[in-house]
Design a protein around this ligand. Structure first.
Ligand code: S3P
Length: 173
């Protein structure tokens, strides 16, 4: 089904810590749209924090939950602002569903800026806990290629979340 442009969801992707949730919330307020954070919705549905889902059930179970939630959301929702998890776009079905139903924005930051955020992320991001810094860097680089493919890119290194959301809102309105 083709969704008219003004009814499309606004979908935010990017690496952990890029600011998807913060910017998404601000952007939704500015556009007068409803905001949804995929990880928070999965936590609510399953009554468990993402860290706990990873720990007790493993990553494949989390990826399945993520796919079920997001494919369904894309099929049934219009005009929302949705922040995805950093790994969501690695699943073809999620990527295709999002591209059908939404306009996708990649929140992009460089490795040096990201490193400054690392400490604040480690406790709540199981993906980071099981990897060396070299492995995280490799993941950062390989995912960036997928995030950047055919989506709008918004640089988040230099501006505050408020400024970024305002710039995006102006472009979308
Ligand atoms: C993940 C990112 C997290 C969360 C989960 C896995 C990833 O979301 O979905 O811990 O694989 O990059 P954020 O990008 O919101 O941190």
């Amino acid at each position: 089904i083709q969704v008219p442009l003004n009814q499309k969801n606004i979908i935010l992707i990017g690496f952990m810590g890029a600011g998807k949730t913060t910017i998404g919330q601000l952007l939704a307020e500015k556009l007068g749209r409803e905001f949804l954070d995929a990880d928070q919705e999965i936590e609510r549905r399953h009554g468990m924090p993402v860290t706990e889902i990873f720990k007790s059930m493993g990553e494949p179970v989390f990826r399945q939950m993520e796919k079920e939630y997001l494919v369904e959301l894309c099929r049934t929702s219009r005009e929302k602002v949705v922040s995805l998890g950093g790994g969501s776009f690695m699943q073809d079905e999620i990527r295709n569903a999002c591209l059908d139903s939404g306009i996708v924005y990649h929140l992009d930051l460089d490795w040096e800026s990201w490193l400054k955020r690392f400490e604040a992320l480690i406790d709540t991001r199981p993906i980071l806990q099981s990897k060396s810094l070299e492995e995280v860097r490799a993941l950062f680089d390989s995912r960036k290629l997928i995030y950047a493919d055919n989506h709008y890119t918004v640089a988040v290194d230099q501006l505050s979340p408020e400024e970024i959301a305002e710039n995006m809102a102006r472009q979308i309105r």
